[in-house]
Design a protein around this ligand. Structure first.
Ligand code: PBG
Length: 294
């Protein structure tokens, strides 16, 4: 799976400095990239939106004219069913403070208000043609609420990939530049998992499976291969692992210095993630790796 950043009102594409070889795309450019993904034999793409307008609640997340719904409609029209289309669901790209949902009086994310927003996002993305939605905010109850909301709206066949075991990680740094979701203040440690705690991660995987997820994601990937392996062993759903921005960027940066060979190291990274038990790998190297496949 290739992650794709779609910027509202952008003409063409522009490079992301902290992710060498990766670009932000306007809708037409994102569609061209989807066609390249089909030609390379990729399984699918996951879309992230960079909206023109942000507010404290993140209302642009469920704007049907927003970057993600627009790209979903245009991609579906162009590539049909040749790619599986996922839409990331979180408010952090749509709030002006960068948190994953509206803030309560104490300055923490208001869990249930955030989830209500995710449900609205998910329904709009389903309407626009997403095959699966991928809630990444790690709010309690988000999978069950989205399942219920999709079913109520007649989208019983749209699936949910739960970012079930998502750690509070330093490896997301470059993503926050790519998606314009850097926090103005605070952190995400209240809802993302502590890196040292594998048992809590395994509990989260079980909870999201019970809430009705169709696939379970572990993120980041390489520093958490034990969790990928546990997910494979203990759960019966497909397991996805997200080789995140920092994992890609550090290889690209070392390559630029001549310290290692990026294609070799990226191939090895993805093979390790597969070896640990992931059925699906999300990586910024997806296109390059697929093109090198014999
Ligand atoms: C949240 C989201 C993040 C990533 C995917 N979805 C950022 C975060 O939780 O801070 C990170 C992906 C990456 O680093 O490549 N919408």
């Amino acid at each position: 799976m290739l992650p794709v950043f779609v910027v509202q009102d952008l003409d063409g594409s522009r490079p992301i400095p902290s992710l060498p070889g990766v670009h932000q795309h306007g809708v037409a450019s994102a569609v061209a990239l989807a066609e390249e993904a089909v030609a390379a034999g990729l399984g699918g793409v996951i879309l992230f939106g960079v909206p023109a307008r942000k507010d404290p609640v993140g209302t642009s997340g469920w704007d049907p004219e927003g970057p993600v719904p627009a790209a979903l409609r245009a991609m579906r029209a162009r590539v049909g069913d040749a790619l599986v289309l996922w839409a990331d669901v979180c408010q952090c790209e749509y709030t002006d403070h960068g948190h994953c949902g509206p803030l309560a009086a104490d300055g923490e994310v208001d869990n249930d208000a955030a989830v209500a927003g995710y449900v609205r996002d998910a329904v709009v993305y389903a309407e626009a043609g997403a095959d699966l939605v991928a809630p990444s905010g790690m709010m309690d109850g988000q999978v069950a609420a989205i399942r219920h909301g999709l079913d109520q709206a007649g989208h019983e066949r749209v699936g949910i990939v739960a970012y079930a075991a998502k750690f509070a990680s330093g490896f997301y740094g470059p993503f926050r530049d790519a998606a314009g979701s850097a926090l103005q203040e605070g952190d995400r440690a209240g809802h993302q998992l502590p890196p040292g705690n594998a048992r809590e991660a395994r509990r989260e995987l079980a909870v999201d499976a019970a809430e009705g997820a169709d696939a379970l994601m572990v993120k980041p990937a390489l520093a958490y291969l034990d969790v990928v392996a546990a997910a494979r062993r203990e759960q019966q759903l497909p397991v996805a692992a997200y080789h995140v921005s920092g994992e890609y960027a550090m290889v690209a940066a070392a390559h630029e210095r001549g310290w290692l060979d990026a294609p070799t190291v990226l191939e090895e990274s993805v093979r390790s993630i597969r070896r640990a038990g992931a059925d699906i790998v999300l990586t910024y190297a997806a296109l390059d790796l697929a093109r090198r496949r014999p």
